[in-house]
Design a protein. Structure first.
Length: 391
């Protein structure tokens, strides 16, 4: 049972750490599919190893014999699957890669032939009169060839790693050293046939690949997704959040209001004064600069709240936390700065603030509508000040 327990532990650990890979049947990447095939091949080998330990411990010769045949075949197939994975991962289907895969098929065919012969002449393995396992000469040839193929794929991978960029170098090296680890454990298996060294080698290699290759690639993938998401939600002109991000925020807020977890927030609606005139007289480049300057004013004032550009000259700030607590004072300072800007011929922004009332407001639109109305009142007020200045 000691022998079988190693295989049991190995298969459980392999399934746990590679669960996502094993269940992902529809991966578009050839390397991922090849690695999944290798993992299943290793799992079959683990099962035969577990059964071998149990059958041989009970000295059941016929089940042990049948299982040993499957054991050797699955071991060779795992080498073939490993070779196919490495070549696919390196995306290098050139002559040497094809030669490695061809060598894997040749070894598999060789193993089939010697196992058939073994039914008549025990050249791979046999059992003596005391039901003791007796390794044959062909067994050592098989293991040596497997060691050689593992070593060749490892050297091949490490050579490519030396020529790779830093981002891929660690991944290639990990795969190369994983192959070397399996080579070493096959060597130990050939020296100690009654110990499960190859199972330990496969487990070690798959753990290394999971930790330093696939887990790393998964983190990198989600980091790229996060970056892409940020770009998709960012207004390219001003750098603030765009309308898509605004709509996502509204969905989140609606859920919060329905559940009762969102009980207070404020909405400030902004509209730029005079943008059309700037575009018509000075050109759109000057208009774009005007929009960027306005965005900067808003963000510097409401620095603790998300700011969204929801139209050409329209912005919205959702006040939360500290900005919500000091909303009146902050808006007053902002409006005083804008009135000063108007006198000095700089950026002029109309603004209107409204807050959410849990007892009266049915949804966000009611809060926004009030803020929008106040913004238009402010726009009229600023226009009146401008008329006074002109007079």
């Amino acid at each position: 049972m000691y022998y079988a327990s190693i295989g049991m532990l190995s298969i459980v650990v392999l399934i746990i750490i590679n669960y996502e890979t094993l269940k992902n049947r529809k991966s578009t990447k050839l390397a991922n599919r090849r690695y999944r095939h290798f993992l299943f091949g290793v799992m079959v080998y683990f099962v035969t190893d577990i059964l071998w330990g149990f059958f041989y411990g009970e000295r059941w010769v016929v089940p042990t014999y049948v299982d040993t045949v499957i054991y050797f075949f699955s071991m060779v197939v795992s080498v073939l699957l490993w070779t196919r994975f490495v070549v696919a991962y390196l995306e290098n289907q050139r002559r040497f890669g094809k030669m490695l895969i061809g060598a894997g098929w040749i070894i598999t065919l060789y193993e089939i032939i010697v196992l058939i012969i073994n039914f008549f002449v025990p050249i791979v393995f046999g059992f003596d009169a005391d039901k003791e396992y007796v390794p044959g000469g062909a067994r050592y040839v098989t293991l040596f060839i497997q060691m050689f193929l593992f070593l060749m794929t490892s050297v091949y991978t490490l050579i490519i790693a030396a020529r790779s960029k830093e981002s891929a170098k660690l991944h290639h090296r990990t795969i190369g050293f994983s192959g070397i680890a399996m080579t070493i454990f096959i060597a130990l298996q050939s020296l100690y046939p009654l110990l499960p060294f190859y199972a330990v080698g496969c487990l070690l290699a798959t753990c290394m690949i999971h930790t330093f290759v696939y887990r790393d690639e998964t983190i990198e993938y989600y980091r790229e997704i996060g970056t892409a998401r940020q770009l998709a939600y960012k207004d390219p002109l001003t750098g603030v959040k765009n309308k898509l991000a605004y709509l996502e925020k509204l969905k989140e807020m609606e859920i919060g209001m329905e559940e009762g977890s969102l009980k207070e927030y404020g909405v400030v609606v902004f509209d730029l004064n005079g943008l059309k005139k700037i575009n018509d007289t000075l050109g759109h480049e000057a208009g774009d600069q005007y929009i960027k300057d306005a965005s900067k004013y808003i963000c510097q004032t409401f620095k603790h709240s998300p700011v969204y550009r929801i139209g050409g000259d329209e912005f919205v700030a959702i006040l939360e936390g500290e900005d919500y607590a000091i909303r009146e004072e902050t808006l007053k300072l902002f409006e005083e700065e804008i009135e000063k800007n108007q006198r000095e011929g700089r950026v002029v922004i109309s603004s209107g603030l409204s807050i959410y009332n849990t007892e009266e407001d049915g949804d966000y639109n009611e809060v926004f509508t009030r803020a929008d109305q106040k913004m238009y009142q402010r726009k009229g007020y600023l226009k009146g000040l401008l008329d006074v200045q002109v007079v």
